[in-house]
Design a protein around this ligand. Structure first.
Ligand code: C2E
Ligand code: MG
Ligand code: MG
Ligand code: MG
Length: 292
């Protein structure tokens, strides 16, 4: 009896694996044609100055409008794109599209915002990212100062010296570099000193845990002090509640990003957000003056 069920289990396992493989191969094929079918879109999420709550810039976040499954989030397809190597082509599209957006916004009179682009570690290894950035900036005549590239710790740490060279030349162009998801990997504050980065983005998980753990708030404070000592701009991601924003402001965190201000939204909605945010800030100033 046991033997029979064992065989059944094995068969079941085989079918399961088969299904998974089929799904993977299909998804890879779909991913492959997504660019030419124009199924990708960059959403924008604002980064807000913690002191005066003015908008500093936007992070570009990739969305896949799948013909039958609807909107697919990057966590569900970036890993596959990396394994299959498609990330190079996708990353290429993302960089040019981000610069296209920057150009359109500058033309519309929004010439102070920075736009950040996520670059995966695999993309960084397989592609001449320096040339890619140069080409994209040139095509749309976007000032290098407008662009920030975001890399995770693991992306920077593997083949560190080689990458440092590339990052140095990218920074020489005037492009800024952000260390994304800081604290999610094997972060050590001491190695930060040697990294060619300008911004440190504290991982969302810290913000989540800061809600009910005072020791996590102390760690966030320590990270901010250390980062400032190294002349880095500190960004908190995943801020959802006013209390979190207040705490981060009180410890001198420079920029705040999260649902508290806005979720990532399509480009036209982001433009609307900018207009409404300005009106809102103006109204707030008037009210405060009346209060005095
Ligand atoms: P990330 O670069 O750390 O981006 C921040 C993620 O946190 C985004 O998820 C954003 O929507 C989410 N987030 C921001 N504020 C909040 C909040 O208040 N609450 C919650 N629950 N989440 C918040 P998203 O857009 O799903 O992207 C996930 C990851 O996928 C990104 O993490 C990034 O690593 C990767 N990714 C996104 N776009 C690209 C891209 O164009 N290229 C590459 N290589 N990777 C990308
Ligand atoms: Mg990012
Ligand atoms: Mg991040
Ligand atoms: Mg993250």
């Amino acid at each position: 009896h046991a033997k029979a069920s064992g065989k059944n289990n094995y068969k079941y396992f085989n079918e399961e694996l088969n299904e998974l493989l089929k799904f993977r191969i299909q998804q890879e094929r779909e991913l492959c044609s997504a660019i030419k079918n124009k199924e990708f879109e960059l959403f924008l999420q604002p980064l807000v100055n913690s002191t005066d709550e003015s908008i500093y810039g936007f992070e570009t976040l990739l969305r896949w409008h799948h013909p039958s499954r609807g909107m697919v989030s990057p966590d569900q397809f970036i890993p596959l794109a990396e394994e299959s190597g498609l990330i190079v082509e996708i990353g290429h599209w993302v960089m040019f599209e981000a610069c296209r957006i920057a150009r359109d916004w500058i033309d519309a009179g929004h010439d102070t915002f920075k736009f950040s682009v996520n670059v995966s570690s695999i993309q960084f290894e397989r592609q001449d990212v320096y040339q890619l950035i140069k080409d994209a900036l040139e095509k749309y005549a976007v000032p290098a100062e407008t662009l920030v590239i975001e890399l995770t710790e693991t992306a920077i740490m593997t083949k560190h010296s080689e990458k440092s060279g590339v990052l140095q030349s990218v920074r020489k162009l005037g492009v800024k570099v952000a260390l994304d998801d800081f604290g999610s990997g094997y972060s050590s504050l001491s190695y930060l000193r040697n990294l060619p980065v300008d911004y440190l983005k504290i991982d969302r998980q810290f913000i989540v845990e800061s809600r009910d753990k005072s020791e996590v708030r102390s760690i966030i404070n320590a990270i901010a002090i250390m980062a400032h000592a190294l002349d880095l701009t500190v960004v908190a991601e995943g801020v959802e509640k006013p209390g979190e924003a207040r705490f981060l402001n009180s410890i001198g965190c420079d920029l705040i990003q999260g649902y508290y201000y806005s979720k990532p939204v399509p480009e036209t909605e982001a433009l609307q957000f900018v207009r409404q945010w300005r009106q809102f800030c103006r109204a707030l100033r008037v009210l405060r003056r009346q209060d005095e």
